[in-house]
Structure formats: structure tokens, C-alpha cells
Design a protein around this ligand. Structure first.
Ligand code: PLP
Length: 373
């Protein structure tokens, strides 16, 4: 089997008419070739165009999974998968403080009779009391957004085996380069491919990977909900994937340097980066081969002027692109949350989240130094 960088460049690639880079097939539909079922009809919404298929081969190969599927966004991947795995009357366990969009979707799911319970994913002894006879799924993030919490992943897997639950993990923050959940026994891995997989802040996409049977079940749901990926975005995602192994280690190394620098700065109260040896999440990173390019920190004083004083990172939502970004989650992703609840879980007005890009780390550190004053 080829190694990951080789798969990122070559897996699934076809070279029609000798082209090194394949074409973008704009066609929505394809000539019928005697399909016996609806799923065999060749149509973009059914995710079976040559371009989508080639991308799925690559996504499965880099996850070490039997099968994979692309989506029109990370939220399309997550919502479609959960709808495929859960039925009315069922219940799921979910790590507290996951990405806001996922959390809001789960609140909406209650209208369809699917309930959830938030658990502290770092404390396995608290999970049995949240379990119900109808619990069917345990959903976690490899590193949570924006508090950088790492679940006790071996315990999640053991708990799922013991209670016959499906394990689903959002691995957006690490990418398959630093953590491959399927190889450790997770049933389904999801990504906002908008972030590291694509890597250039110029498209929105999602992906899942898992066993052929499970991915098939999600594909059936996707073909009804319709969140499949456009050919242009398929092309850009495939292009971004080719350099994932060049970008992520650089971003992770810069993030560690920045985390160390911020930890020793008098204006900074607390840094959250699981790669720091003193971080409470560090002991739970054993399955990872790096801790990604995301970190957050809280200032002792107001974060009001900091973002406007920074010159290298841009103040914008999203993450995982080549340009460094900074946001205050309390003023962006968590604006809709009750302020007292936000403060309680640590998403205060003084919390700043950084997505470290591929700029020179010396420039980045010097910029934070001048901006912190
Ligand atoms: N999962 C995580 C961890 C995210 O950070 C995001 C977006 O920020 C999503 C999922 C949703 O992805 P998308 O914006 O591609 O729908």
C-alpha cells in the first residue's frame, strides 16, 4: 500500500487523453447505461459522476476506509449522516461544546423525535448515567471547536462496543494526516472539507468515510436530501488534497511555537492547545501524530483592540486555510448563545481563536508580540 503523501497526490486519479490533471466534467447527467436501480442512474445529485467517484476513491484511501462520500458542506455531511444513522425515538450522546452548527442541528432534531444528551467526553465514568435503552450513536470531535478539548477516544470506542452504539467523529481540526479514526475503530469519520482538506478558503465541502455498508446508507439519505458536491468544488477539493501533507505539519509546528510564545506572555491568561505538554488535554493526544494548527487563548484584559492591531492574521470566520485567521468566538460562532452560558463553558469575551496558516512563523510571532504590546 502506498503511503499517505503518495495517496494524496495520486489516489483515484485518471488521465483521459494523457492529461496529467483531469478535466472538470460540468455535465449534470450522463448517458444511461442500463441501470437496474435508481441509485444507478448517472446524475450529480446521486454522487456518481466520474469526478465524484475519483474523489471518493482518494478520500477513502487517505482515511484508510472502505468507502467515502463527498458533500456540499461539512454540515451537509454531518446532518445527512446523523439522519441516516438515527430513527425517530432514538437518542444520541454528544460531546459538550461541539461546533455550534452541529449543536443547533441536534436541537432541531428533537422536532423529529430524536433526542440527545451532552456529556463530558473527557470523563468516561459520567457516561453510563446518560445512556438510555434507545441510545444509538456517540458523537465526538477529535479536537473540539473552539475550546480544544480532546475526548478520551479509546474509552469512547470501548463504550460504543460495550453498548452497541455507532461511533461518529468529526476530525476537521486534525485531518487524516494527524489522526485516522477509522483505523482505531470509529464507525464513521466526518470532515468539514472546507477547512484543512481543501486548505485554501475558496470552497465549501464535506466528507465522510467508513465501511461500504454505512457509507451506502448515508448515500441513500444524501440522494434524497440532495447535499452532493458540485464538479467545480470536487476539482478544487482534489487539488487542495494534493498538498495536505505539506501544509498541515507546517501549520502544526507554527501553532506549537505560537502556543508556547503566548503561554509565556504576561497579557495572556490561558492558552488552549493540546500539543502543549502542560495542557490538560495533552495526555489524551496519544492516538494523534500532531495536534493541528488551531489554538485558542484568553487574555487577562479586554480582547477589544487586539484583532485590529494584528497585521498578519485576518479577522474572519472559518479555519484551516493557508492564511492565518483570528476570531473571537463569543462575537462570531457563539453569538447566538446565552452570554451567561457562554461564560460558564469558557467562551468568554476575552477568548481568541487562531487558525495558523502557512506564513513564516517568525512573522506571525512578531505580529502577535507587537499586537499584545
Ligand atoms: N465541523 C467543525 C469542527 C467546524 O469547525 C465546521 C465549520 O466551521 C463544521 C463542522 C461545518 O462545516 P461547513 O462550514 O463546511 O459546513
Amino acid at each position: 500500500m502506498s503511503k499517505l503523501p503518495t495517496l494524496l497526490v495520486h489516489a483515484g486519479a485518471e488521465h483521459p487523453q494523457g492529461a496529467v490533471v483531469g478535466p472538470i466534467h460540468r455535465s449534470a447527467n450522463y448517458l444511461q447505461d442500463g441501470a437496474a436501480t435508481y441509485a444507478g442512474v448517472r446524475y450529480l445529485r446521486l454522487s456518481n459522476s466520474p469526478q465524484q467517484r475519483a474523489l471518493h476513491v482518494k478520500l477513502a484511501a487517505i482515511e484508510g476506509a472502505e468507502s467515502a462520500l463527498s458533500f456540499a458542506s461539512g454540515m451537509a455531511a454531518i446532518s445527512t449522516s446523523l439522519l441516516a444513522l438515527l430513527s425517530k425515538g432514538q437518542h444520541l450522546l454528544i460531546q459538550r461544546n461541539v461546533y455550534g452548527g452541529t449543536r443547533t442541528f441536534l436541537e432541531d432534531l428533537q422536532r423529529w423525535g430524536i433526542e440527545h444528551t451532552e456529556v463530558d467526553a473527557t470523563q468516561p465514568e459520567t457516561w453510563p448515567s446518560a445512556l438510555r435503552p434507545e441510545t444509538a450513536v456517540f458523537y465526538v470531535e477529535a479536537v473540539s471547536n473552539p475550546l480544544m478539548e480532546v475526548p478520551d477516544l479509546p474509552a469512547v470506542l470501548a463504550f460504543c462496543r460495550e453498548h452497541d452504539l455507532r461511533s461518529v467523529i468529526d476530525n476537521t481540526f486534525l485531518s487524516p494526516l494527524q489522526f485516522r479514526p477509522i483505523e482505531h475503530g470509529f464507525d464513521l469519520v466526518a470532515h468539514s472539507a472546507t477547512k484543512y482538506l481543501a486548505g485554501h478558503s475558496d470552497l465549501v465541502a464535506g466528507s465522510i468515510a467508513g465501511s461500504a455498508a454505512l457509507v451506502q446508507r448515508v448515500l441513500r439519505q444524501q440522494s434524497h436530501l440532495g447535499g452532493s458536491l458540485d464538479p467545480e468544488a470536487c476539482y478544487l477539493l482534489d487539488r487542495g488534497l494534493k498538498t495536505l501533507h505539506l501544509r498541515v505539519p507546517w501549520q502544526a509546528a507554527s501553532a506549537l511555537r505560537l502556543a508556547r510564545f503566548l503561554s509565556s506572555h504576561p497579557a495572556v491568561e490561558r492558552v488552549r492547545y493540546p500539543g502543549l505538554e502542560g495542557d490538560p488535554n495533552h495526555p489524551r493526544t496519544r492516538l494523534f501524530s500532531g495536534c493541528g494548527g488551531m489554538l485558542s487563548f484568553s487574555l487577562r484584559g479586554s480582547a477589544e483592540g487586539l484583532l485590529s492591531r494584528l497585521r498578519v492574521p485576518l479577522n474572519a470566520a472559518s479555519l484551516g486555510g493557508v492564511e492565518s485567521l483570528v476570531v473571537r468566538p463569543a462575537r462570531s460562532s457563539h453569538l447566538g448563545m446565552d452570554p451567561a452560558e457562554r461564560d460558564r463553558i469558557g467562551i468568554t469575551d476575552r477568548l481568541v481563536r487562531v487558525s495558523v496558516g502557512v506564513e513564516d512563523p517568525d512573522d506571525l510571532l512578531a505580529d502577535f508580540e507587537q499586537a499584545l504590546g
